[in-house]
Design a protein around this ligand. Structure first.
Ligand SMILES: Nc1nc2c(ncn2[C@@H]2O[C@H](COP(=O)(O)OP(=O)(O)OP(=O)(O)O)[C@@H](O)[C@H]2O)c(=O)[nH]1
Ligand SMILES: [Mg+2]
Length: 298
């Protein structure tokens, strides 16, 4: 298994991604020179695997995202992507982006491309970094337009990757100076897309990790959960360290998990990223590859 053996290179500990259940010594992510080795937590003594412990297997089911084709008791810690709760399974592969083409902007869900290719939709608060993440994933500066001014992306924008799948840039929700009418418009427009788009493999719900959990993000996560829309939490701006008493990204992420935990029977996948440092980029692409390849094989 080539993909898995790649991840064996990382000396990554299972218990480093179990924030809610363990109290482990913490090291701020800024202290890691290599983003690939960035962990939320480090526990020097935790070099166990799940194999020998049924307790650990139950814990794995509660906190890890276990993809199709993987049994909880077969998980070893080196199968977990760094800075995430995502286990890499047999469907992962072909993650590299070789080419990307902007296809179209649609202002109604029914105008979106009809070629049945799988797609991932970027959703999140205005200014959370959706367009920046797309640019970072495709390694091009100006594929998706970014701006300091919230509300830059107003349409459903389809980008075709490797001529075989789409990344979709959506308008941000909840920007403070939008009128109530504009907000309502956003919600019927985008909700229509989520509820009717059969080719949607997963929503990537972007959450700004440089600020404490926001009600609007929690509401959105809960709405998607209630409507059984597959979701991956992508924490953005993990490079941003605010001074003073502000919480660090890893603490904000832990607080966010704490608040949504009871709404999810199974842990949705989550991953830490930064469009500035490239943290989580390759890992997110690998995760998307396993969801996509499974979707294609279904
Ligand atoms: N430090 C840091 N800044 C970021 C990161 N990602 C985005 N930004 C900044 O955040 C601002 C908003 O980024 P966009 O990518 O335009 O955000 P968006 O979610 O597409 O915004 P809308 O299109 O308005 O919904 C820009 O100033 C980016 O440079 C990140 O990972 N780290
Ligand atoms: Mg945008």
């Amino acid at each position: 298994m080539q993909v898995i053996s790649k991840w064996r290179l990382f000396n990554f500990h299972l218990f480093s991604v179990v924030p809610q259940f363990t109290k482990l010594p913490q090291i701020p992510i800024s202290q890691y020179p290599n983003p690939k080795k960035t962990h939320l937590y480090i526990n020097a003594s935790a070099s166990r695997t799940f194999k020998s412990s049924s307790e650990a297997s139950i814990l794995a089911k509660k906190v890890l995202f276990i993809p199709p084709g993987v049994e909880p008791e077969d998980i070893t810690e080196d199968m977990i992507l760094p800075g995430s709760n995502i286990v890499v399974g047999p469907y992962a592969g072909d993650a590299k982006i070789k080419e990307v083409d902007f296809v179209k902007s649609s202002n109604k869900p029914k105008d979106c491309p009809k070629d049945e290719l799988p797609e991932f939709a970027m959703l999140g608060r205005s200014n959370v970094g959706k367009s920046s993440l797309i640019n970072s994933l495709v390694k091009k500066k100006e594929v998706a337009l970014t701006s300091k001014k919230p509300g830059k992306t107003q349409l459903i924008n389809h980008f075709l990757v490797n001529k075989s799948w789409y990344i979709v840039d959506l308008p941000g929700y909840g920007f403070a100076n939008a009128s109530e009418a504009a907000r309502m418009d956003w919600s019927s427009f985008t909700k229509g897309y989520f509820l009717n788009r059969d080719t949607l493999v997963s929503v990537l719900l972007l959450i700004d990790a440089s600020v404490p959990p926001q009600k609007i993000d929690l509401d959105c996560a809960n709405w998607l959960g209630r409507n059984k829309i597959p979701i991956t939490f992508v924490f953005t701006k993990c490079d941003k360290m605010k001074g003073g008493k502000a919480k660090r990204p890893d603490q904000n992420i832990r607080d966010f998990h704490e608040l949504i935990r009871e709404n999810y029977k199974h842990q949705p996948p989550w991953i830490m990223t930064s469009s500035v440092s490239g943290l989580g980029r390759d890992e997110l692409l690998l995760h998307m590859s396993q969801l996509r390849n499974y979707w294609n094989n279904e």
